[in-house]
Design a protein around this ligand. Sequence first.
Ligand code: PLP
Length: 381
Amino acid sequence: MKGFADRVASVEEYYFSAKLREVNQMISDGKPVINLGIGSPDLAPDKKVIDALKNTADNPQAHGYQSYQGIPELRASIAGFYAREYGVNLSPNKEILPMMGSKEGIMHLSMTFLNPGDEVLIPNPGYPTYSSVTNLLGAKAIYYSLDLAKAGRPNLEELENQDLSKVKLMWINYPHMPTGAPGSRAMLQELVYFAQKHQIVLLHDNPYSHILTKEPISILSIPGAKDVALELNSLSKAFNMPGWRVGMLVGREDWIAKVLKVKSNMDSGMFLGIQKGAIAALNLGENWFSDIESTYQSRRKLVWKLADKLNLSYDLKAAGLFVWCKVPEGKTADQLVDELLYEKNIFITPGKIFGSEGEGFVRFSLCMPEFKILEAINRIK
Ligand SMILES: Cc1ncc(COP(=O)(O)O)c(C=O)c1O
């Protein structure tokens, strides 16, 4: 054996992959851990979604390899969803590529666009996968900060002062995880101009557009965006289907075709039952979103109460599936996370795993029923 690839040294095991081993061990040891760490929706998908999966699984003809581009009915449902929810018209055959979750989409996009040495703009704090995939490919992450007082606007003035000639991609994500910064149409328009000016491909990662937002926004609804931007979207959070692994990439036909060229070498399509379930989800009416909205509203009020009890500060206008809190002077975020986990058996996420700008912050997930959040509140004296 002559050693592992150098790229293995460029990444750490994903934080939750390692930390949840410890948390699960604590649970097996009988500790009543309340997990407010990970953003995996605990609510069930709609019954129609589960029935579509079951009915398909019962069909002996349904178990073969599937199309690399998803079945036409799935692409048509995605097109219908984009037209209804975001006012964006997409060609089902050319501008839509179903994905097995948006996380894998981040890898496919990066492999399609990046050579070693290319540069990528990445939000700090931000979803850790943008940087780890960039590192795995030998490209270079250039971090940008977000102005939380301006809906999470990237500091474009600071970026304009840098040499952007090697920057090929810019990851953006609104509503932003972990901060909950909502973004705005005006800000996305500025980003489209920025991408046009510097010939950068804008990659909008959009899994939280329906979670505690005023209106769902797609980057592709912004004038000029279709020329410079692609969007990843996901059924994980919006339809309570994180374990199903269904997402999509939408946008420019020629760019989607290149991603398919890469991706079709890596998987052999998505199980038909999952595609049928996804179709059922994408065709649920507006009531679906109003129901999950009210559940998350009530949970968030309780998490705010928990944060108040811990003297943490947070933004009432944030969107998405998490509450992002600043830890007051006198205690580090690590101390708070450890104290809560080992003394109160409450697991929350330290902000530093999302980048250096996450130091001094912690993240609470809303993926726990109200009675559990109440129990957590009661554990704090
Ligand atoms: C910002 C962001 N992008 C992408 C993902 C991945 O979602 P999916 O389940 O679609 O792979 C997550 C999951 O937590 C996320 O927070």
